[in-house]
Ligand binder design. Sequence first.
Ligand code: 5GP
Ligand code: ZN
Length: 116
Amino acid sequence: MNTECIFCKIIAGEIPSQVVHRDDNYIAFFDIEPKAALHLLICPIAHTNDFQQTPPEIIAGATSVIQNLAKKLNIENNYTLQINNGADSGQIVFHLHIHLLSSDKNGNKKAKALTI
Ligand code: 5GP
Ligand code: ZN
């Protein structure tokens, strides 16, 4: 855990968030300022600053988490993934996260129902 990191604090439960998935290695929660009808953030539990510094296997492991979430949310045909890497790209939180965005309002409702 990086004690300065807001997402590490979310993972530790020190800052509240709406978590829709959690396992030993990944967490997914609602973005606090959604940029789409459904906007989730998928993060590794272990802190890494950004995509550029993240071991490939951590990125690879996020794939099935996202695919399974998309299935559960019924948005398999309607989502966009985004990773901002570095301050100049617009990255503001320096704990690796993958944005999952969908225009599907039903996906949003289902995600709320998944909140744990
Ligand atoms: P970035 O620009 O770093 O790729 O995206 C960071 C994202 O984290 C933004 O979309 C922002 O709304 C979200 N965010 C920032 N602080 C918090 C927070 O405390 N809780 C949650 N759930 N999302 C946050
Ligand atoms: Zn962190």
